[in-house]
Design a protein around this ligand. Structure first.
Ligand code: PMT
Length: 400
């Protein structure tokens, strides 16, 4: 998968920079052409001579070569690459990448790169866990970059925790997976519903839920990265569209989501219903703000359309439909019942009983129940990896 691929390897000032030599070697062994761009502090940890001996190319660090004044074009470099990998990525480089602080060759190259970018953080556990670093990583994810999560173990500080740069062979495997799947959904139209719906009570109040949209957006991104034409129908969320090729349609209510989904599904190859759709909406909407009183107040609710079930009724041969089940009890039975009633090919169950699963967070824990009666259970993973597992499953159906 990496044969002939042109890869920029960005190296920054971390003790894990020594692993970059192994990574370089592993990439070259797989047939990749590697150009190293190293920050000034990266050179304190590993010598450019070692790296250029491995790549057979001069290591780029400065905008100009000191002895002859040759200018290194970060723009040309950015356009040359099939992928850029920043490994190790320090908290400082991650912050600069997130905020566009273009004060060295590595960051200017990153800002010019048109290719997918992979970031393998390496730092002490408290630096990694700090909200600033996590926020910066979220920003990088939201720009479409791939974060290769660090491992847990003994760190350079001798403390134990999360912050060890992922091992070079795992980074190579991550890249191979990426390139293998890249065009696997090319020509496929896939609909993803995501986020909550808001059902208005009056001009200032609504019935909603805790869905952040993260799970659905991760699915949309995964499909787009594999070359699919993605229609992302999103309820009100504060996320930016995770891939430039995604066609995003923002809605507010279940009725609006239903109308868009029904209009898009006939020309789609598959839909995944990840949205947390309100099952009920207020029977009446008040044009003016309801006034407070000391009496109890009753709001009469009417049922919304079940979008997934309606799509399931129109599903034609060769078209696929998957849904989610968000459960709190009797998980397997409830999920399988929903799969049958809504005519899903498979259903993704997440339970609020499981730590790290469900609304809001960056992780999820799922089980996939398939129509043929088989079940696959997965451990807690970041939502982008959960999305990969789900889209791998969808791809099996699509290739039947
Ligand atoms: O957005 P995040 O914060 O990342 O959280 C992700 C999530 C928890 C919202 C997601 O993983 C999830 O579980 N989504 C489905 C939530 C849900 O509404 O589950 P349900 O069991 O109530 O619904 C079953 C299925 O029917 C779902 O596919 C749902 O999209 C669909 N449905 C439900 C009601 C309705 N009126 N129309 C529907 O299409």
């Amino acid at each position: 998968m990496l044969q002939g691929k042109k890869i920029i390897l960005g190296i920054t000032g971390s003790i894990a920079a020594y692993k970059a030599a192994y990574l370089t070697r592993a990439l070259i062994k797989k047939g990749a052409e590697v150009q190293i761009v190293i920050t000034p502090s990266g050179k304190e940890f590993i010598t450019p001579v070692t790296l250029s001996a491995l790549t057979g190319k001069p290591v780029i660090s400065e905008f100009f070569t000191a002895n002859d004044g040759t200018w290194h074009s970060h723009v040309d470099l950015g356009l040359w690459a099939d992928a850029m990998v920043v490994a190790p990525a320090t908290a400082s480089t991650i912050a600069k990448m997130a905020h566009g602080v273009a004060d060295n060759m590595l960051i200017t190259t990153y800002l010019s790169a048109k290719a997918p970018v992979f970031v393998a953080p390496a730092m002490d556990l408290d630096m990694f866990a700090h909200p600033t670093t996590q926020h910066n990583l979220d920003l990088l994810r939201s720009y479409g970059n791939h974060i290769i999560e660090p491992g847990v173990g003994e760190l350079a500080s001798h403390l134990e925790g999360k912050g060890r740069m992922e091992e070079p062979d795992r980074i190579v495997a991550y890249l191979e997976d990426f390139f293998k799947n890249r065009q696997s959904l090319s020509g496929r139209k896939i609909i993803i519903t995501a986020g909550p719906t808001y059902e208005k009570i009056d001009p200032v109040r609504f019935i909603g839920n805790y869905s952040s949209g993260k799970m659905g957006f991760a699915l949309a991104r995964c499909c787009a990265e594999r070359g699919a034409d993605v229609v992302l129908i999103s309820g009100p969320v504060s996320l930016s569209t995770p891939h430039a090729s995604i066609r995003r349609i923002d809605v507010e209510t279940a009725t609006q989501m239903y109308e868009v989904a029904m209009a898009e599904y006939p020309t789609a190859d598959a839909a995944i219903c990840c949205a947390a759709v309100a099952d009920y909406a207020p029977a009446e909407y008040s044009d003016t703000k309801l006034k407070r009183s000391s009496d109890t107040r009753t709001i009469v609710l009417k049922p919304n359309k079940d979008i997934a079930a309606e799509l399931g009724k129109t599903k034609r041969p060769g078209q696929y439909l998957a849904g989610f089940a968000l459960e709190t009890d009797n998980e397997a039975d409830n999920a399988q019942g929903k799969m049958r009633r809504k005519n899903f090919d498979f259903i993704v169950m997440n339970s609020l009983q499981d730590a790290g699963a469900g609304f809001g967070g960056d992780t999820n824990k799922i089980s996939i129940f398939k129509g043929d009666g088989t079940t696959v259970e997965y451990p807690v993973k970041p939502k982008n990896e959960v999305a990969t597992d789900i889209i791998d499953t969808l791809s099996e159906y699509l290739s039947q």
